[in-house]
Design a binder for this molecule. Structure first.
Ligand code: GDD
Ligand code: MN
Length: 378
């Protein structure tokens, strides 16, 4: 007989169930040790408010989602949205917000680096003052960050200036991951959100159809107690993708632009391998060309897996399966490429026009089909 799922004692006392007035969305990746302290903290600061917490977990290895569900079995205000084969702080927040229905919604991290004691004043400001959004800010008077050095200040200043390209609002801390808004503010922007990377606040501000009336409240960004930061050196890259998507995404999807760019790198790789093989291995041209095709296709696959599809990166055995599907798709793409180019060349004997037409059709095919079969969303 299957055993009953575990229910652990609720970490806090539970009032009679009422619909939440405030949903707090918390993205998590390996934050098991922070869950109970965070729930306790939120419960103690939000006395008199009907709240719920939606944890959005990207299949953490440390059992974060299991713990949240165990708590949820005893306390219906604690919920878990678990995502499989996906990564991304921004999309996690978006999906958590979509899974809630409260009239006020907040986003905060699980690691208590943000100061949850700000939540009541954020809610009060939204209810009684003409604001759409209240931001917990490290960079207004009274706010601070424990990790402060000149280099970080420079990087942060540069990022803030870059963020002005896509968001005109004069916000001291547009990179904050701690904020609260009215539900309609989110709903007005949600269909335009980019979801790239981890700057969900910036994405929201840049995607809002009307200027957002906002207020910044200072807080002290604290050191982490448990676990470690998830933001690695690719953070700058993801930030660039968000800016690019907001600037030109309505013309060319950034994923496609990146895919096409990596395709161009593939041409260079191809030529280098072809030349090297012919020069040093002295093989037949056909063999050298075959080696070059395989190496270039493989390097395109790996680069796309790392950059273009970072948020759904294939790992382990899935890499092999993905690579095989990518070979198959690209070989069909190559046939289409040659067919289209020959057709154009017959109509108008311009080698470069025919070449570009073939390459364009081939890369659109490769992109469209690999996005469905190789990097399918699970
Ligand atoms: N679901 C999900 N998926 N959660 C994630 C992912 C992901 O891919 N990556 C990180 N998280 C969760 C972490 O578990 C944590 O709860 C939160 O997102 C923030 O991650 P940290 O790794 O702690 O980031 P940080 O402390 O360096 O930066 C945070 O605070 C800054 C200041 O407000 C982030 O919120 C930044 O966006 C913010 O600028
Ligand atoms: Mn953190």
């Amino acid at each position: 007989m299957p055993s009953e799922p575990a229910v652990i004692a609720a970490p806090v006392s539970i009032p009679a169930a009422r619909a939440p007035e405030l949903s707090i969305v918390v993205p998590t990746l390996n934050e098991r040790d922070n869950i109970v302290p965070l729930i306790r903290e939120i419960d103690s600061v939000l006395d008199g408010v009907d709240w719920e917490i939606v944890f959005v977990d990207d299949d953490s290895r440390d059992g974060t989602a299991d713990l949240v569900r165990e708590i949820g079995r005893g306390d219906p205000r604690v919920r878990c949205v678990q995502r499989l084969g996906r990564r991304g702080l921004s999309t996690a927040c978006i999906e958590g917000l979509l899974a809630s229905s409260a009239p006020y919604v907040a986003v905060t991290d699980a690691d208590m680096q943000h100061d949850e004691r700000l939540l009541p004043s954020m809610l009060a400001a939204l209810k009684s003052e003409p604001y759409d959004l209240v931001i917990g800010s490290r960079y207004v008077a009274g706010g601070s960050s424990f990790e402060w050095n000149k280099r970080r200040a420079q990087i942060s200043g540069l990022a803030t200036r870059l963020s002005r390209l896509i968001c005109k609002a004069d916000i001291a801390d547009p990179m904050s991951g701690f904020f609260m808004m009215r539900r309609d503010t989110f709903e007005a922007a949600m269909r335009r959100l980019s979801g790239q990377g981890f700057k969900i606040l910036l994405d929201l501000l840049a995607s809002s159809p009307t200027p957002v009336r906002f207020k910044e409240l200072p807080y002290e960004f604290r050191p982490r107690q448990h676990g470690e930061s998830k933001l690695d050196s690719m953070v700058a890259w993801e930030f660039g993708m968000l800016i690019a998507d907001k600037l030109v995404g309505h013309v060319v999807p950034v994923r496609f632009a990146l895919f096409a760019f990596i395709g161009c790198i593939g041409v260079v790789v191809h030529l280098i391998v072809l030349w090297t093989t012919l020069t040093f291995a002295q093989t037949s041209f056909v063999l050298a060309q075959t080696v070059a095709v395989v190496v270039a296709t493989t390097s395109n696959f790996l680069l796309n897996n790392f950059f273009t599809y970072r948020d759904q990166r294939l790992k382990g055995m899935r890499i092999l399966r993905g690579l095989v599907s990518f070979y198959v798709i690209c070989s069909v793409g190559a046939v289409a490429n040659i067919d289209v180019a020959s057709y154009v060349f017959q109509a108008r004997p311009s080698w470069w026009l025919a070449g570009i037409a073939g390459a364009l059709v081939g890369s659109v095919w490769n992109y469209a089909v690999s996005s469905v079969f190789t990097w399918k969303r699970r």
